[in-house]
Ligand binder design. Structure first.
Ligand code: NAP
Length: 275
């Protein structure tokens, strides 16, 4: 995991668990690399003994430029997973499948009931979420963001399927939406809460939050109180790790209740915030 900083990452715990489970002679390490040193580090990745890498802030765009991206990484404009194939350095963005696989696991058939979606936020993660929704055939994605220009930039990137909207339009948009996704940092510990009235949403709607500290965000709690189906951010974090592990080690690992419990326990000790 290459980042700057990188010590907050839970990926070593996830991949370390799988390495142990599948008894591989391998190691997953953190590498704290400053932006000015990133190019050199990546150019010598293989000589350093690495079979691939995860990439986090602030290197995802440079990683894209330094590798051969697949459709997902290119569409999202950011690479978070690198691997070698026949001496070539390839890249993808696993947030896309982390998001959709988590929904598949938590609410099978979610895309059939989604119809229109509302996405809150238009930052880096929103690009992966919008692309994932397009991949799964969602026909209209209403993007509500504090800064309207960033929603417009998403429309410019992905086309008319993305409809930028103001917060004042939310009640009306939620009444038509089968899926609500929070991609803002609101609701995260230390950030302002996300307060949205979910009453207008139809009873079949699904609510998902990318924030996973706390695990049960105020948004997810409100959705559960309303009886709506939910999927949490920790699930996305776990599912996004699957593809990288498979690409590096040739084993498709499983997201099990045991792995989830392990990360939940780590979050609880590091934040002291979980119930
Ligand atoms: P980002 O690029 O910095 O975007 C942040 C978004 O939040 C922007 O849309 C921003 O609006 C909005 N925002 C921030 N503060 C706000 C406020 N006070 N009021 C209204 N809107 C506010 O961040 P990101 O990379 O997309 O990540 C967003 C969240 O998703 C983080 O909590 C991150 O941990 C989480 N995440 C989770 C996973 C997972 O696997 N579960 C994966 C990726 C990200 P403006 O455009 O107006 O600034």
């Amino acid at each position: 995991m290459i980042g700057w900083p990188v010590k907050h990452s839970r990926s070593p715990l996830i991949h370390g668990h799988w390495i142990e489970q599948y008894q591989l002679d391998a190691e997953y390490r953190r590498e704290e690399i400053a932006p000015e040193a990133f190019g050199d580090f990546i150019s010598h990745l293989s000589e350093r003994g690495y079979t691939g890498a995860n990439i986090t802030i602030p290197h995802k765009e440079i990683a894209l430029a330094m590798s051969e991206p697949d459709d997902r990484a290119r569409a999202v404009g950011a690479a978070n997973t690198l691997w070698f194939e026949g001496g070539r350095l390839l890249s993808t963005n696993t947030d896309v499948e982390g998001f959709t696989a988590n929904l598949d696991a938590a609410v099978p058939g979610w895309e059939k009931r989604a119809g229109e979606a509302v996405v809150l936020g238009a930052g880096g993660s929103a690009r992966a979420i919008v692309y994932g929704l397009i991949e799964r055939g969602i026909g209209r994605i209403n993007v509500v963001n504090r800064t309207l220009e960033r929603s417009r930039a998403l429309q410019a990137r992905f086309g008319e399927v993305v409809q930028p909207a103001n917060e004042s339009a939310l009640p009306h948009l939620l009444a038509r939406a089968g899926l609500l996704v929070n991609t803002t940092s609101l609701g995260m510990t230390g950030q302002p809460p996300l307060t949205i009235d979910l009453d207008p949403m139809p009873g079949h709607a699904v609510v998902t939050d990318l924030v996973y500290v706390p695990l049960e965000t105020p948004l997810l709690a409100a959705a559960r109180r309303r009886g709506l189906a939910t999927a949490d951010g920790l699930g996305m974090l776990l599912y996004q790790a699957v593809r990288g592990f498979q690409l590096w080690f040739g084993v498709r690992p499983e997201v099990t209740p045991h792995l989830r419990a392990l990360i939940e326990a780590d979050l609880a000790t590091k934040t002291g915030l979980m119930k």
